[in-house]
Design a protein around this ligand. Sequence first.
Ligand code: ZN
Length: 348
Amino acid sequence: MTVVEYQDAYKKSHSLNGKIAIKTMKDLKAVFVESGKLAADQVAKTTSAGLSDITSGAWSSIEKQLQSGADLISEALEKATPLTISDAYKNLLNVDNKYIMDAVKVAGVTEITKLGIENIGVGINFTLLQIQAERIYSDGYTFSDRVWNTFFTKGDKKGLPSGVNGDYQYRIKNLILTGQAQGRDSIDIAADIQEYILKGKDEVFKEGRYGKLIPGTGQYKRRITKLIDWRALRVVRSELNASLQQAGIMEGVVNPGSTKLFDWVKTSGNPIDISGSHNASGLRCIDLQRNSPYKQEDVPSYQHPSCSCSIRPQLKPVKDFQNELKDWVPGNNSELDNWYNDIYLEAQ
Ligand SMILES: [Zn+2]
């Protein structure tokens, strides 16, 4: 594998992350549907109980179901996110492993095996998930906060739910209130909830179904997002991107063919990464790319939600790496020998 092939493979592995996130969201969608059914059934019950309006007693039953549904979603998201990261990391790991093993074969070294290299990756995967669980974003929230919070944010985004759990309850509640204000009966509102979860807001509010919104109803409607699972998707993507930036650094650190310098690579086509978004020191992703390469300790940290930039290790010329391998005699105290003792053997 040449350096150029390595770079292409890194890019390709990075481009698969979007698909991996979408697959996770497909699985999570089923949980959203299940949760929505809990709320919808409870709303429908108010009609079968002969209530023309949703009474405060009925509301408290609905709220209980909203909470149960939101908890199902949070649990599923909490489980799915680390698996998603491991899936994506595997692709990255394969690139480094192939690069190393190709050079090992050329050099005819037998002490270093494919399995041995893979064992290094097992340790990195574990560390990545630990970092992911402990990461605190610039807004002060951790992953767990983003999944479970039910309270509303202060400051800039005042009044918006700060976590997926609260967000789900808030949107569905506003949908019920909109329907109620429109005089729709409970059976119809129950159907609206399920349709909203499956197909989105536009489908529910399509022409002819809801009349001209009664004054005051618009504010509820505005509080319903186009898609109920948007927030969960953002959490998955942010965790995935941030973890893979970390993974790029860790892969470079353990790859004996790397120079231990790192490039910040902007994803072409992601407008968020091209302009607009700045980090704390006012640098945009494009500036970070221009300032590459970085030493391990200087690599900028995760920039902004939806930043999909990647971090790619720089490599020594492949011939130099192959010669290092050829010249290596176990115990000769070379850079490679230190790597073999401190990283390779440590991971076995
Ligand atoms: Zn970026």
